[in-house]
Design a binder for this molecule. Structure first.
Ligand code: AKG
Ligand code: FE2
Length: 310
């Protein structure tokens, strides 16, 4: 069975970018050179860049090791105040300026169309997104770009040391900055890894919205891997995670089913912002497919795919 047929809807992130940038481009240095550049220079831009990357690196080295136990036992981990509030606010301002400058587009996803018998693309209602690409676009969103680059250069070593069957790549990643504009916007249940050669292995989401309140809702609903002896009809257990600004959520892209609950915005300040970085594995054979979980969460899809392929 083609895994790609069995994964729907999946989140979209077609663009693969390198962790670092080439010399010609104006973004931050390649990871291995970043240290050298931390020495103060006279350029205010370079100082801001180095300070921000150092803050993200510090957050990773101090927080991520403590998240690995939870990642191991539950498939996901949550870290509050991953970055200092003023850093998150700076990133939020940058993100919102991408929105107001109309650099974000209607976010797409894919789902199984039973009638057509194929996976179809569709626009998520009231959700805009963009990819952070660096290079010439670095100055559109310098702090967001530096955040993505630093994650991909610093997280893999920590995760790989703990999980030998993960092999995260320190160079390639995909990312997405997304904003839910409210009015009940939501994401259907999905796996991030959409199969068919998708190398995404670890999802890291940083929420940016300020002063979240329960009325805004928009929880990330994380379905828990069920025990092997649970009956097929048993309730699917889940945890609802509030999208609090500064909160980092890590989970396995290939095995964790999740959705985003309806969110509401009473003003533009209430928009729900998420910056997602997907870390890739270097070895496609390490992507896991749990047929049982897929059948339980997507029974129609599983039957269709089986029918098609069989
Ligand atoms: O924003 C979130 O909480 C999750 C988003 C998500 O599931 C995705 O982009 O694939
Ligand atoms: Fe997702």
């Amino acid at each position: 069975i083609q895994p790609s047929l069995r994964r729907s809807p999946s989140s979209s992130s077609s663009l693969i970018m390198r962790g670092g940038f080439t010399k010609k481009q104006s973004g931050p240095a390649r990871p291995q050179k970043a240290k050298k550049r931390l020495t103060p220079t006279s350029s205010p831009d370079a100082l801001l860049r180095d300070r921000h990357m150092a803050a993200v690196r510090d957050a990773i080295s101090s927080q991520v090791p403590g998240l690995l136990d939870s990642l191991d036992s539950r498939g996901f981990a949550v870290c509050d105040n991953f970055l200092p509030p003023d850093t998150v606010l700076e990133m939020l301002k940058e993100a919102d300026s991408l929105r107001t400058r109309q650099k974000m587009v209607a976010s797409q996803s894919s789902r199984w169309n039973e009638t057509l018998g194929k996976v179809e693309r569709y626009e998520k209602r009231n959700v805009l997104s963009t990819n952070i690409v660096g290079g010439e676009s670095y100055f559109d969103a310098p702090r967001l770009t530096e955040y993505c680059v630093t994650l991909v250069s610093s997280i893999p070593a920590l995760v790989n040391a703990r999980f030998p069957d993960v092999s995260l790549c320190e160079r390639l990643h995909t990312n997405k900055l997304a904003v839910c504009l409210g009015d009940g916007s939501y994401y259907d249940k999905h796996y991030d890894n959409s199969g068919g050669g998708d190398l995404r292995k670890l999802t890291a989401i940083l929420y940016l919205q300020d002063n979240w309140t329960p009325a805004r809702a928009g929880h990330l609903r994380m379905f828990l891997p069920s025990s092997t002896n649970a009956s097929v009809d048993a309730e699917l257990p889940y945890v609802d995670i509030e999208p609090l600004g500064g909160r980092l959520v890590l989970f396995w892209s290939d095995i964790m089913v999740h959705s985003v609950c309806e969110s509401f915005a009473f003003s533009e300040a209430d928009h729900r912002w998420a910056l997602t970085v997907w870390l890739h594995t270097t070895d496609a054979s390490l992507i896991k497919f749990d047929d049982r979980m897929e059948a339980r969460h997507f029974p129609d899809l599983g039957a269709s795919a089986l029918g098609l392929e069989g």
